[in-house]
Design a protein around this ligand. Structure first.
Ligand code: ATP
Ligand code: MG
Length: 502
């Protein structure tokens, strides 16, 4: 419950964040667009005013008569329209002569302040119309155009202006209206963003819910793909893949527990049986001793099972750290072969070896000895009297090969894939009291894997088997050197004659 709540609030947090991002982006966009639009509007209003001023300036020439420096306006006062036009032209108006003396000025212009003679004269010298924005005492802005007016030989400076307050009002109105809508738009974005984020995230919630319903008891459940082939489907695939792997590990562990209990129960039942029989029927000390010896043997076997299992579990759970020493595999194999000479002799099996010196690999001596020993002991165990076992170490390119070949009973093809599984033993009719645990090859496989090596098995039932382990050579390519051939077993022990021997 608590966990589900936490998941929900995290999704809610994501939804909030998404919405927030939408809103921020949209607000910035709105502000930028508004500012740009306002600037464009401002420019076009000013252009418009300037165009009108140009026209009015030209119109003034039609009504103004400069009679020897004395201005007078010529129009029909009875024509109300004309009178109105002239009145408008004279509203913001200044006429000055070449000396900068003011000949006529309107009240509105005076209110703005009349330029000094110096300024008026300098404006005449430019020869170009001069545009300015000026403010009167009330703060009203005017666009003002001054240009030279030629009348015969005389030059005058004619300045007219137009108030910009209408423009400013339009701009002000636009700004006010626009920024009144902006909060509404932002609010709408909030709502829309919240809905959209919710829609986008809802499949995520479904997946989370499905994931929550998967437990150790129903690992077979899978989250259904949505078929959109999007990131979420990808996530679902990854998740289902993870559950697949978990399930197979789970099954393996379950099977392993069953196997272990079975493996431990058999010797335990035996011990109990033996002790019970002894308790009821033993009479002499000799009989008790016998029962105890058998019980101790069973307990030994139990101990061995438990110890091997412990090693294997430690190895597979990564608790065993392997040394990475550079060592000569031939020397490792030779020391192990030494131990098997006597048993081979007893079994009347011919044990031979060909060990190529300086077969350098990187690895852990103890674990490698265990691997070699498991393979050789299998070969001896599953080969009958008079058979032959051959152990070879040789370098091939960038690999060092170790192989054990026997002339034993072989393994049927259908069993080969299973022999590396824990507790697997090829079933054979007779129950051998000395039979193995079925753990040797599991261990060997783990050791090989931990050394980056591969184990290959070739076997023909009734003919023999060959186990081949290929290690990467230390430092890549190892020098290929001629084999040193030795024989042991029936004809007595052989010794490696190379200079690296003990
Ligand atoms: N060289 C071989 N020839 C024939 N059969 C073999 C050979 N090596 C292994 N096997 C078969 O593979 C099975 C598994 O081998 P593994 O070494 O894992 O177990 P084990 O030898 O029975 O017991 P353990 O090695 O744990 O004492 C063996 O029981 C045997 O049936
Ligand atoms: Mg074995």
């Amino acid at each position: 419950m608590g966990k589900a709540g936490a998941g929900k609030s995290r999704v809610l947090g994501l939804r909030l964040r998404l919405t927030f991002s939408y809103v921020i982006i949209f607000t910035v966009l709105l502000l930028v667009v508004g500012a740009l639009f306002r600037q464009t509007l401002d420019n076009s209003l000013q252009d418009n005013t300037a165009a009108i001023l140009n026209e009015e300036w030209a119109a003034v020439k039609g009504y103004l008569v400069l009679d020897g420096g004395r201005p007078s306006w010529r129009y029909d006062p009875d024509d109300t329209e004309e009178a109105f036009i002239v009145q408008r032209l004279r509203r913001v108006f200044l006429l000055s002569d070449a000396e900068g003396r003011v000949l006529e000025v309107s009240d509105a212009y005076s209110y703005m302040g009349i330029e000094s003679k110096q300024e008026l004269k300098s404006m005449m010298k430019t020869g170009q119309p001069v545009w300015r924005v000026r403010k009167d005492q009330d703060g009203v802005s005017y666009l003002v155009r001054s240009a030279v007016l030629v009348d015969g030989k005389d030059q005058f400076l004619l300045t007219i202006g137009r108030a910009l307050d209408t423009n400013e009002r339009i701009l002000g109105q636009f700004t006010k209206r626009y920024f009144a809508i902006v909060p509404l738009l932002i609010l709408a974005t909030c709502l829309l963003g919240w809905l959209m984020a919710g829609r986008a995230l809802s499949p995520l919630n479904d997946v989370a819910q499905a994931a929550q319903s998967i437990t150790g008891q129903n690992l077979g459940l899978r989250i259904r793909r949505r078929g959109a082939e999007d990131e979420l489907d990808h996530l679902i695939d990854a998740f289902n893949g993870m559950v697949d792997r978990l399930q197979s590990s789970f099954n393996q562990i379950r099977q392993f527990s069953i196997d272990v209990s079975h493996e431990l129960r058999t010797p335990l039942t035996a011990v109990r049986g033996e002790l019970e029989v002894a308790m009821i029927s033993a009479r002499t000390i000799e009989q008790y001793r016998e029962a105890m010896v058998t019980a101790i043997e069973s307990v030994d076997r139990l101990t061995q099972v438990v110890r091997t299992l412990l090693h294997l579990s430690q190895a597979e759970s990564g608790q065993v750290t392997l040394a990475r020493d550079v060592l000569d595999l031939s020397e490792v194999v030779r020391s192990v072969v030494d131990h098997f000479e006597l048993p081979a002799d007893v079994q009347r099996i011919q044990l031979e070896w060909q060990l190529s010196p300086r077969s350098m690999i990187k690895g852990d001596k103890i674990q490698l000895e265990r691997l070699v020993s498991n393979l050789i002991s299998n070969a001896l165990k599953y080969t009958g009297t008079g058979g032959r076992v051959e152990v070879i170490v040789q370098t091939r390119g960038d690999r060092v090969e170790f192989s054990v070949e026997d002339t034993g009973r072989g393994i049927a093809p259908e069993h080969i894939p299973n022999i590396f599984e824990r507790f697997f033993r090829v079933p054979d009719g007779n129950v051998d009291p000395e039979r193995g645990l079925g753990l040797g090859l599991s261990f060997a496989a783990w050791i090989a894997k931990a050394h980056g090596a591969k184990i290959n098995v070739e076997s023909t039932p009734g003919v023999g088997s060959r186990f081949l382990v290929q290690f990467p050579a230390a430092g890549g390519r190892a020098a290929e050197e001629p084999l040193v051939r030795q024989e042991a077993g029936l004809r007595g022990g052989g010794r490696l004659e190379s200079g690296h021997g003990a």
